[in-house]
Design a protein around this ligand. Structure first.
Ligand SMILES: [Zn+2]
Length: 406
């Protein structure tokens, strides 16, 4: 079926906005973008009028854990990082499979209703990945790996490789996610990195999230040492690497082309390491706010250094919402000096690029993932987007979504 979407303003992200714009959609892909007067309505099976609105690419949520959606509101704010992890582990152990799966489905519906059309989702349970892969969302489903004990690296690697091939069978686009430098040994990290390279899998990790992580990696001490010892790891095995988490992994070549989530504790001298690795920083402003972080990812300096950061919601264990609109507003609060158009790039195209997804901008040949907002936004303020609770219209893969078929 051929569909014509008539704006409004078309805000493609990768090109200049078009007033009285229109988008031709054919078999799920964008076939042409131009002025409404360039198209004949009779050439289309369906014409959708979105006049008075601004059309943008759907959001690419570059980091979530839909598996924890059922934890919404169950974990209090204000805990130490180690105590927060203890609560997440306890939640995982006590929640039933039905609760978890219902949480995944509700989370997917919330994402679509708020304009997300693709997601990078990390899960330890392959059944959650399967639900995400089968949903209407475009997705990369990351298999999460946690195993800090070096002597267990081979077994954990085999398990991860098996999960990747199982995910491929279910039609998911898989990725690999070694959880973080304090929960994955360097040996296991290196073998996962090789697997990612051989199989062209995106690699995502949590990195430089907290001062506790920094202390543990530099000196092998602190709250995370306590947590790991409690989880059965031998304190004698905790190494003092004498360098920051970013330098530890960057020097070992383990950050090459990776999506690095959080990066709250990086200092600007480390941006060279990230840039040389071609890593994509993923900012989670809602999660940083939820934890009350005083120092967050230096997003402004990253843009200035020519990097292409992306944005994600993280999970409902450390956020109130899965709406990328909330993340955009929070990002603009943290960084009022960054142009909103750049934040839009981070919420769409930059994530798509890092994940290898053919979406994130309105241009010929991309998947027709398109959303729209009330108000014609031709200037750079993008108030129609940044002020919205939800979009007026959501199309994924050329299919119009509504409240009944998220
Ligand atoms: Zn996360």
């Amino acid at each position: 079926m051929d569909t014509l979407l008539k704006g409004g303003v078309v805000y493609p992200v990768a090109a200049a906005p078009v007033r009285d714009g229109a988008i031709a959609v054919h078999k799920g892909l964008i076939e042409a973008v131009g002025h409404a007067s360039d198209f004949q309505e009779r050439d289309f099976d369906e014409v959708i009028s979105l006049s008075g609105q601004t059309l943008t690419p759907g959001f690419v949520n570059a980091h979530s854990h839909l598996q924890f959606s059922a934890a919404r509101g169950k974990i209090p704010r204000g805990l130490s990082f180690a105590d927060w992890i203890r609560r997440v582990i306890a939640f995982n152990a006590s929640a039933t499979a039905e609760e978890i799966f219902r949480g995944v489905e509700e989370g997917v519906a919330e994402m679509i209703a708020t304009g997300t059309t693709s997601v990078a989702d990390v899960a330890s349970d392959v059944r959650c990945s399967r639900l995400v892969a089968r949903s209407k969302l475009g997705s990369v489903c990351f298999a999460e790996v946690i195993e800090p004990r070096e002597e267990e690296a081979d077994g954990a690697f085999k398990g991860a490789a098996a999960r990747i091939s199982e995910m491929r069978k279910t039609g998911a686009k898989p990725g690999l996610s070694p959880h973080a430098p304090y929960t994955v040994s360097l040996r296991l990290f290196a073998s996962l990195k090789s697997l990612a390279r051989e199989e062209s899998l995106p690699l995502m990790l949590h990195l430089a999230e907290t001062a506790e992580e920094d202390e543990f990696i530099r000196r092998g001490t602190g709250d995370l040492a306590g947590l790991l010892a409690e989880r059965g790891n031998k304190p004698g095995s905790f190494k003092a690497h004498q360098k920051s988490p970013v330098r530890l992994l960057g020097d070992a070549g383990l950050l090459d082309d990776a999506l690095a989530v959080h990066l709250n504790t990086v200092d600007e001298s480390e941006l060279d390491v990230l840039a040389a690795s071609r890593a994509t920083p993923v900012f989670c402003p809602g999660s940083s706010w939820w934890f009350g972080r005083h120092k967050v990812m230096p997003l402004d300096a990253m843009f200035e250094a020519g990097m292409r950061p992306a944005i994600g919601t993280d999970s409902l264990a450390s956020n109130h919402s899965l709406s990328m609109l909330e993340e955009l507003r929070r990002a603009a609060e943290y960084f009022p000096s960054i142009k909103r158009g750049r934040l839009m790039e981070a919420a769409t195209l930059n994530g798509a690029r890092a994940l290898g997804l053919n979406c994130g901008s309105i241009e010929k040949g991309r998947r027709a993932d398109i959303i729209s907002f009330k108000g014609e936004d031709f200037g750079g303020r993008l108030d129609s987007v940044f002020g919205a609770k939800r979009p007026e219209f959501v199309m994924i893969n050329g299919v119009r979504m509504n409240a009944e078929n998220p």
